[in-house]
Structures are given as structure tokens and as C-alpha cells.
Design a protein around this ligand. Structure first.
Ligand code: TXA
Ligand code: MG
Length: 319
């Protein structure tokens, strides 16, 4: 029997009993557990095979809960929370003693987000505790944007994927931390840099491990299909070099019109939002086609294109 179900009461029951439930958000599906249950949090790490040094994001129903978890909220964090929550932004703030060390991997900061998905907002409102939820994929593999993706990863490990349909944004939240009072981007994501800068002015990006030991999840290789994948500017000429192989191509908006290739177009009309929402699903689909190689086209490097290029770089070999 499928573990996918829309039953919110079942999710409440399981989570209250320290079990894990995969939950829908507008970015990607999360593998959720009670932040105060050591048993549940340990199982999140073991189910994902995630190293303990990589901290988790805490999901809350409304920004009001921020005060109960942090020791200080910078002015610009308040502005950002007002502007973008519920939404695809995670804030990293100084934690207080109530947040268990396992959630934050021993760090003195905690990552917090109010997701913008009606099903999960309803679930969070019914629970007396927040949910820790990393993306619901084994460590290093492609993040899930449909309940079926989670089911194929974890059907033997968890009892429910709470069905909220396909994720509307399709890539992870943008993570913003603070150096003193100044916002710094730790991870590019579903909220575009330009939108953030419109609220708080120009911000720096420190999303490489060398630049930011504070963002331990930003490994160089991540989000990867199991098929060899390349990221290039000119997909047509790269495909020619592999003409003896079974080739899959992932292009932004224009078809290569080559019937010997398995092709997915992210957005016919060039919408970055549509492209982002389809990015991981397309990688999942190509990865299941028994291809020899996947060739992905680099996106225009602005708006959500910048976030998508970041993910593709980590998922692929850039040439
Ligand atoms: O959209 C999302 O953010 C999804 C959905 C489920 O909410 N969650 C997600 O979680 O992407 P995860 O665990 O795959 O990525 C969380 C990232 C990791 O790179 C981790 O290192 C970073 O957040 N992070 C968590 N706590 C942090 C902290 N205190 N300081 C710096 N980075 C932190
Ligand atoms: Mg992840």
C-alpha cells in the first residue's frame, strides 16, 4: 500500500508519537520530526544518512514563535520576516537554550522558516512543537518535489508522506544569516537575490565552504543524479561529442529539435519560475531513463537562474 496520504490527523498522530512524516512545502518536501524528540531527530539523520555536523531547519507556523527560540533578532531580520514569511526564506539567528544542540549541530545559531504551504501550515498549527525538516532525500541526492519522489526514496523507512501535490517553487529556500547586524546569503534559493535586496539593500553571498564554515551543507557535490551529468553553455555542440551514447538533455526554453536525444524543456516561454519548479522533477525523470549521460544547459545568471545554476553546478561536472 502507498504511504502517500492527505490525512493531516494521521500526520499529527505520528509526529506526536516521535515518528517521522514527510511534509509538503512550496520549495521541496521535508523529512519532519518533533525538534524536542531526541529519538525523532536522530532518526532524521540516520534515515537520510546525513552527517551530524550538518544542522537542520526548524519549521514554525508563524513569525511570532521567533522570540521563543532566539536571543536576538536583528532589525533587518524583522524586515525580511515581515516581507517574505510565510515563504521560501530561512533565517539563521542566535539560538537560546531551548533549542536542542542536535538540531544546530552544536552551533550557537538556529535556522528557522515559516513555509508557505496550506497543508503544512495547518499541520504546524495543530502541533504543540515545531518541526525539524531537512529535504526528504538521502544525503547528496536530488531533492524531492513530488510525493512520489519521497516514496521511492523512503517507502521502507517512514509511515507517511503527507500529500500536498507538486511543490510550486521547486528549489530549496534561500538561507540568510547575519554578521553582526548585516544580512549574508548562505544558500541561494527559491527567493531571488534581487527580491531580498529590494527590502534590505545589497547583500553579500557566502555560499562556498571556504568562504563560510557557517553553512556546512554547502558541499561542492550535492543534489546529484546517479547518471553522469554535465553543465554547459552550448548543449547542441556538447551533445554532438557524445553521439554514440544515449544522451538526455535539459534545456531552458529552446528545443534542440534532435529526435535522437531525450529532451526536457524547462519552460517554453522562458519563465524562470516555471523552470525552477520543474528543475528537480526533470532531473529525477532523466535519471530514471537509463541514459549514459545528461547534459544540462546553464541558465541566464540572474534572478532564480542564479539559484538554479548554483544547484546544477553542485549536481554536475562543469566543463
Ligand atoms: O526549502 C528548504 O529549506 C527545505 C524545506 C524542507 O524547508 N529544507 C532544506 O533543508 O533544504 P536541508 O537540511 O536540506 O538544508 C538545510 C541547510 C543546510 O545546508 C544546513 O547546513 C543549513 O541549512 N543550516 C541549518 N542550520 C544552519 C545554521 N545554524 N547555520 C548555517 N546553516 C545552517
Ligand atoms: Mg537538502
Amino acid at each position: 500500500m502507498s504511504i502517500i496520504s492527505t490525512d493531516i490527523q494521521k500526520a499529527v498522530h505520528l509526529l506526536t508519537n516521535e515518528e517521522l512524516v514527510a511534509i509538503p512545502t512550496e520549495t521541496v518536501y521535508g523529512l519532519a520530526g518533533n525538534i524536542y524528540s531526541e529519538k525523532a531527530v536522530k532518526r532524521i539523520f540516520s534515515t537520510k544518512k546525513r552527517p551530524f555536523f550538518n544542522p537542520l531547519i526548524v519549521h514554525i507556523a508563524s513569525a511570532k514563535a521567533l522570540q521563543t527560540m532566539t536571543t536576538h533578532i536583528p532589525e533587518k531580520a524583522k524586515l525580511l520576516a515581515d516581507a517574505f514569511w510565510p515563504g521560501s526564506m530561512t533565517l539563521v539567528l542566535k539560538k537560546n537554550e531551548k533549542i536542542p544542540d542536535m538540531i544546530t549541530a552544536g552551533k550557537d545559531t538556529v535556522a528557522i522558516r515559516v513555509p508557505n504551504h496550506p497543508v503544512t501550515l495547518e499541520l504546524l498549527k495543530q502541533l504543540p512543537f515545531p518541526l525539524a525538516a531537512p529535504s526528504a532525500n538521502p544525503f547528496g541526492s536530488i531533492s524531492p518535489t513530488k510525493p512520489e519522489h519521497v516514496e521511492s526514496y523512503f517507502k521502507n523507512d517512514i509511515l507517511q508522506v503527507l500529500d500536498g501535490g507538486a511543490c510550486s517553487n521547486g528549489i530549496e529556500s534561500t538561507i540568510i544569516g547575519f554578521e553582526k547586524e548585516t544580512p549574508v546569503i548562505f544558500r541561494l534559493g527559491a527567493l531571488a537575490l534581487e527580491d531580498i535586496e529590494a527590502v534590505v539593500g545589497s547583500v553579500s553571498i557566502k555560499n562556498k565552504k571556504e568562504e563560510s564554515p557557517d553553512a556546512p551543507g554547502m558541499l561542492a557535490r550535492h543534489y546529484a543524479p546517479s547518471t553522469q551529468t554535465l553543465l554547459v553553455d552550448d548543449v547542441a555542440s556538447e551533445a554532438k561529442k557524445h553521439s554514440t551514447k544515449k544522451v538526455g538533455v535539459l534545456v531552458f526554453k529552446e528545443s534542440l529539435n534532435n529526435s535522437s536525444l531525450t529532451e526536457i524543456i524547462l519552460s517554453d516561454n522562458g519563465s524562470m519560475h516555471e523552470a525552477a519548479s520543474k528543475l528537480y522533477d526533470s532531473l529525477h525523470e532523466l535519471d530514471h531513463q537509463k541514459l549514459d549521460i545528461i547534459i544540462a544547459e546553464r541558465l541566464p545568471n540572474n534572478g532564480l537562474g542564479k539559484s538554479m545554476n548554483d544547484r546544477l553546478q553542485r549536481a554536475t561536472f562543469t566543463i
